[in-house]
Design a binder for this molecule. Sequence first.
Ligand code: FAD
Length: 483
Amino acid sequence: MSFDALVVGGGISGLSTAHFLLRHLRAGQPGGGASPAVKVVEASGRSGGSVGTERVDGFLFEQGPNGVLDNAPDTLELISSLGLDGKLLPASPRSSDRYLMREGELRPLPRNLRAFLLSGTLSLRGRLGLLLEPFRSRGRAAADESIAEFGRRRLGQEAVDALLDPMVTGIYAGDVEALSMKSCFPRMAALEEEHGSLVRGMARRGKKKSSGEGKTSPFSATLHSFEEGLGTLSGALAEELGENIEYGLGAESIRACAEGWRVTFSDGREETARALVLAVPACRAASLFAGPQSDLGRDLATISYSSVAVVCLGYRAEDVDSELDGYGFLAPASEGLETLGMIWTSSIFPGHAPEGHVSVRALAGGTRFPEVVGKPDEELIEMIERETGAAIGLKGKPVAQRVYRYEQAIPQYEVGHQALLEGIEARLRAFPGLFLTGNSYRGVSVNDCLTEGKRTAGEVSRYLEKTASAHSSSQPPPPPDTA
Ligand SMILES: Cc1cc2nc3c(=O)[nH]c(=O)nc-3n(C[C@H](O)[C@H](O)[C@H](O)COP(=O)(O)OP(=O)(O)OC[C@H]3O[C@@H](n4cnc5c(N)ncnc54)[C@H](O)[C@@H]3O)c2cc1C
């Protein structure tokens, strides 16, 4: 059978692309007609990719993302259209405080600039660096610079080490000296471009928010999950797609053909489709290319990834001698820990641990210590307890545990990522009907992936519409056959 569209990869990007695409195509045939032929193929035995929730001895453990921020209209629209509004679970107000590990102790991260200046998070010199930020001149708008370079220029080295480095660790498990400010934190980079200063920009956005204008501001958002964890979202998308997903079927190679695109799968089968969406990490997409597309493959292969181990632990409440009052903590590189940070999952979503118990989730490895990810479970757990136990008052052993490992966890948008994307887009123009989506390109958060999925679905739908008449005529247009 030849499909209208084949989506390779059943993570949140592939699932949402298929969801939005089917909606577009069905809306385009109000009087009925043949059901659009859209299929998702997923190499593993389950949907969701990094998104996944597991129930272990009464604890809800998240293997990947812990929640989504409620400031992304596409996510909110998707949740509503899946009928999941009633199952949404906002983070507990108890989790609003965040901590930094400094010299083995947890220090609260001040919530605003004033609190920052009054706190001991930075030395007097470091605080002066923050105070001077509004008076520093703007950088060159076109320049792509690392997060560390941006931070040094605007805030000073101390702020880079104490604030930006842990922030980058928490989101990208990456290197603050290598990652691009514009690609990783575009909204923060835009503050400088628009307002000449981060402090001034945040103050103005804060005013908009309090006057009601900033309802979907990226700077004011509440983390949400679902009663049964974030797997509810990927589960609902997969359920809706039903038989349109096939599991355990990995794409091995792709080539253009008369029908559009031909995909060869791990079991030797071949399928064709007019439009082919690769919703897999760029490094995987790269391995599917051969022949003239290989320049595209080479570009995709240059996007690197951090690897991480996610360690979920459940304890009896009396075995943790602290309130775990807050969201959790991050450890700057200067602490020299293999544990990058820890979130206190049962403080964020209390229903995710059984009565009388608490749960935490630590992240280890990243670009700092990639080798840690390969350690056996017991060694990883022992390392996390040794490095963080004193700070959180750990007295006992876990009653539930799970370790999830990712060799290619989070794409690293290094300096030059924007230029690389432009090159990839230019090369893609030579391959009509081929689309790339997923977290490798324009944002790593679940919200970013959903926005990207919706955008891709719109492009695919327009392509299918544009080529529909040519396709249905007896003489198909000459394909860019590269076999
Ligand atoms: C540990 C961790 C914590 C995170 N925390 C958060 C968070 O709290 N909040 C947030 O917003 N984001 C978070 N993220 C980021 C976010 O979860 C991911 O960016 C997002 O889920 C990626 O989705 P995706 O579909 O693009 O890719 P993936 O989830 O990687 O899905 C790709 C899918 O493609 C399949 N596949 C690969 N190759 C093939 C092939 N050849 N043929 C067929 N199928 C194939 C894979 O099996 C997989 O299912 C986190 C990520 C990780 C790893």
